[in-house]
Design a protein around this ligand. Structure first.
Ligand code: ZN
Length: 244
């Protein structure tokens, strides 16, 4: 085993993840799919500073699974919500280098998901910060995510996207607080689909080689595991397969 495999195996031993299949057909309520940031700037090889430099099987699998789910939801007329990380050119989002600037194409859905732009059941919202719940606040004070949840009386959210330990996690954790605070009256559970999520790979050696410092180390499998672990610890339901 190499070092990152050893790390993952230790995490799996000491901090195991409990996952279950999600049966959408048997669901009593209404499930809404939330797709987080599956845009070129994060998921298309070589598309920008924060895009995968080489093909990543975890990212490719995420795109495939998200597309499969989005098509199933759309065929049934079920609601789909997609966040698109989008920044005004020249306006930084520290601590990150420029990414997903409007007009570069990085801010648009990956080619496989581009059809969602014309899907009647899909709501696309651009946001300029990590936490989607914050990013969903509009200039009139309304919140596009809450409005969507309440309008469709969604009982179950199924979340997919990238990065599982950054944007997906912030959205899921904030949504759980919003639910417990009574801001989304119909919302019952927030599910996170393991294979529908991904994160980036930056092993410590590479982080140091690129002079980003040891603190930038971000081994993909371990951080993916940690993202799932923290969401589950706060009350999200982890899903290892979705039956539609
Ligand atoms: Zn961003």
């Amino acid at each position: 085993m190499n070092m990152s495999e050893t790390l993952l195996s230790e995490l799996q031993n000491q901090m195991p993840l409990v996952m279950q299949p999600l049966h959408l057909k048997a669901a009593e309520g209404k499930t809404g799919l939330i797709i987080v940031d599956i845009v070129n700037g994060f998921a298309t090889v070589g598309a920008g500073n924060l895009a995968p430099p080489v093909e990543s099987p975890q990212v490719s699998r995420m795109v495939e699974e998200a597309n499969k789910l989005a098509r199933n939801f759309t065929a049934r007329g079920w609601p789909v919500f997609a966040f698109l990380d989008s920044h005004q050119p020249g306006k930084a989002e520290p601590p990150y280098p420029p990414h997903c600037e409007i007009g570069t194409g990085e801010e648009n859905l990956v080619p496989e998901l581009l059809w969602l732009e014309d899907a009647a059941n899909a709501t696309l919202v651009r946001k300029d910060c990590i936490n989607e719940f914050i990013g969903a606040y509009q200039s009139d004070g309304s919140n596009a995510l809450l409005d969507w949840l309440n309008r469709h009386k969604i009982t179950d959210v199924l979340a997919v996207g990238i990065c599982i330990d950054i944007c997906v996690m912030d959205m899921v954790l904030t949504l759980l607080s919003a639910r417990n605070h009574g801001m989304a009256a119909s919302l019952w559970e927030v599910h996170v689909y393991d294979q529908g999520c991904a994160t980036y790979d930056l092993p410590r050696e590479l982080a140091e080689e690129l002079e980003l410092g040891p603190g930038a180390a971000h081994p993909q499998d371990a951080t993916h595991h940690m993202g799932l672990y923290f969401m589950a610890a706060r009350g999200a339901k982890l899903v290892d397969s979705v039956e539609v």
